[in-house]
Design a protein around this ligand. Structure first.
Ligand code: SAH
Length: 348
């Protein structure tokens, strides 16, 4: 994808192999140079053209003239004492900040990445949206969160969840380009089976994403089972209501064959009663999907709360109604690993 920096230079990290090849040929170079450069960027993940030791100084200087190689810089790192979760606060080249969280599961390391600086969706319980939206991340900025975490931690990262700051489907083109880059066999080669894209429910984009058949897991932040309750905590529901959302999910499943994951953050007194469980079971009955229960993370600006006990109680209600749900493991609780909290503290 062609993106430019303020000086009109092309963001080289955002180019797919064929795009890079076309640009290198335009510079009067042989095609195989593009393969070498792509590998330096996405396999060895170098941070400057000068590290590309099998490229002549002359070509490196040409690259410097035409392309920019962006970087991000970890200004803060928090490590959990209870598990191997690490949270990074990154500074972008324009001085904005974003967060990533590296988590360890039995099957390997997965990273939670941000897709925007801030968020305009306004979900009431979410720290990422309180100070509003600043800008979209480029596909390279999403990608670099992974490369930098891998470099800093020395841990190989095999999966990613787009559940950090921002709404991925509100930054659709950059997110799709990121997915193509991260899964590129000549580069990071991450299997998209290990990538989840989470959305608050931007319905038209769900239809578009379905057509791409990327093999990712689509996660839907549902959090309520009727329009009145959902609109109270998620303004997006006024634009695309629950029925439209579920229709889009059914379409997504029919086209991709990929089971959808519904995220349900339990908020005490709002959505955790037996009646809520019944409504949820009714809504998702006969639909091949997964329900993920998350006790809402307390953020200091809001009074929403819950606990693991209520989550297990809600899970039991659902089981009795013939629905399977899991309670999400809490990782990094001691370092406030929920998205947006660190950035907010830093910027105040
Ligand atoms: N904008 C996307 C992805 C970012 S948030 C989305 O809405 O899906 C990732 C997940 O964390 C979403 O399910 C979101 O609703 C949830 N979330 C945000 N703040 C939370 C909090 N304080 N407690 C629990 N879940 C939260």
């Amino acid at each position: 994808m062609l993106t430019y920096d303020a000086n009109g230079k092309i963001d080289i990290l955002a180019l797919l192999p064929d795009e890079l090849e076309a640009k290198i040929v335009e510079l009067g170079e042989k095609k195989f140079r593009a393969k070498q450069i792509f590998s330096w960027l996405h396999v060895k993940q170098v941070k400057s053209f000068d590290e590309m030791t099998d490229i002549s100084a002359q070509l490196r200087s040409k690259l410097n003239d035409s392309f920019c190689l962006k970087s991000l810089f970890a200004v803060k790192k928090l490590e959990s004492c209870t598990d191997n979760t690490v949270k990074y606060l990154y500074e972008l080249s324009d001085g904005n900040h974003i967060e990533s969280v590296l988590m360890e599961y039995e099957h390997g390391n997965t990273i939670c990445v941000s897709t925007q600086v801030g968020c305009k969706m306004g979900c009431r319980f979410c720290a990422s949206t309180i100070a509003g939206y600043k800008r979209d991340l480029t596909s390279s900025e999403i990608l670099m969160q992974i490369y930098e975490a891998q470099r800093l931690s020395g841990r190989k990262i095999g999966g990613a969840v787009l559940m950090g700051i921002g709404e991925p489907l509100d930054n659709y083109d950059n997110v799709v380009n990121f997915l193509r880059l991260v899964s590129c066999p000549q580069g990071m080669n991450m299997s998209l089976r290990h990538v989840s894209v989470s959305t608050c429910g931007i319905v038209p984009r769900i239809y578009e994403l379905a057509e791409l058949k990327l093999g990712i897991t689509l996660s839907i932040s549902l959090h309520s089972t009727n329009n009145k309750a959902r609109s109270e905590i998620m303004p997006i529901n006024d634009k695309y209501d629950i029925n439209e959302l579920i229709q889009a999910c059914k379409y997504y499943f029919s086209v991709t064959g990929r089971r959808i994951s519904f995220e349900y953050s339990l908020i005490s007194g709002h959505n955790d009663s037996r009646k809520d469980a019944e409504e949820l079971a009714k809504l998702l009955k006969n639909f091949t999907c997964h329900i993920n229960l998350i006790p809402v993370n307390k953020i200091k600006e809001r009074d929403f709360h819950s606990d693991r006990k209520s989550a297990y109680r809600f899970q039991k209600y659902l089981e009795e109604l013939g629905m399977n749900a899991t309670v999400r493991r809490t990782l990094g609780a001691d370092i406030d690993a929920a998205c947006g909290q660190l950035r907010r503290e830093y910027e105040i």
